[in-house]
Write a protein that binds this ligand. Sequence first.
Ligand code: NDP
Ligand code: MG
Length: 374
Amino acid sequence: MKKVIILGSTGSIGKSAIDVIKSNPGNFKITALSAHSNEEELLKQAKVFNVKNLALTGTPPVDKSITYYSPKGLLDMIADTDADIVVNGVAGSDGLMPSVVSLKSGKNLALANKETIVMAGSLIANIAAQSNKKIIPVDSEHSAIFQLLQGKKKEDIDEIIITASGGAFRDLPAAELKNVKLEDAVKHPNWSMGTKITIDSSSMANKGLEVIEAYQLFNLPLSKIKVLIHPQSMVHSLIRTTEGSLYAQISKPDMRVPIQNALTWPELGPSLFGRLDLSGVTLTFQAPDFEKYRMLKLAYKAAELGQGSCIAYNAANEIAVDAFVNGKIDFLGIPYIAEHTIEKLGFKGIDTIEDIVEADKKTRTFVKEILGKV
Ligand code: NDP
Ligand code: MG
């Protein structure tokens, strides 16, 4: 039986991970769970799966059975708990340190928290290598590419193509983006996810983060990482081999599939979440409009500029999205702030986790200053 820690168990990824474990009885044992402030749901989950190690990072726990509290407590819990694999479904940059500690304490990492890869790039890959542990991507596109690359030689890969739903504003003319409201931006056409990532889908900052994520994970030149809008969200990504063939991973848009694939890796599990029948299905693709989706264009620029700019891209976007959610800026304020931040801030020599945390902090201070002037 594989022992599993689920971080962010009360969120969209966390609940899907719990569902995967429930659907595979006898194969997995949950040894620890964490939430930020949803204590009630955390306790409910702990009771159902008889989990003793619980952490709450945001608010002090009322129930005394939650023995780990605060971000530091979460890291202690990960290090103290026996597990084969950690599902990191924490939202945002606070997912970085839990990823680091998971690998350093000898656990494989089923990684949904894309911020870990965007912010730490080769550093986290080195930590995994030094710990002799594996990072298995959960983000559906990267999970697809990870599966497609199995058994292929790196020199045989011509390019990877990340698919994108195009988000809530896919069919909206670029000129109308200035008028969109929060309630429009949180409506995703195909996936049900947390608020932040859904807004990121609308701006295609999510795809931008995923371009950087793919760049860091798969070690290919940026020019070999492409994006294609695919409104049906059934082809989760493709690879092209050097002789021109395209290979695609196709399944229903359901995060339980990549989560299960990460948990059962290197084996494949049973088909539990609905087989996709392609008869009568139309799959379409179109190139993204980089002038409409400025956050996508900016991600390529950040990746080219280097690690510091990727950290700034992520942090500026996080603060800007928060400002948008709180009604302080309009939708196009998000790319405006991110572009301005990348242009003004340059970070050299990001060599350690401390350097990353520092660059992240500096970016947030910078963006909050801009917002103060708005
Ligand atoms: P949610 O907002 O639904 O859930 C986030 C989880 O993390 C909750 O359990 C939340 O606890 C906890 N959390 C929130 N803030 C913190 C913090 N500062 N420190 C520790 N824990 C925290 O997010 P999603 O599940 O949508 O996304 C999680 C990650 O997975 C993100 O990085 C996202 O980009 C990535 N991802 C998500 C996909 C999806 O389908 N949702 C697809 C691909 C990637 P509480 O409930 O108490 O607030
Ligand atoms: Mg994705």
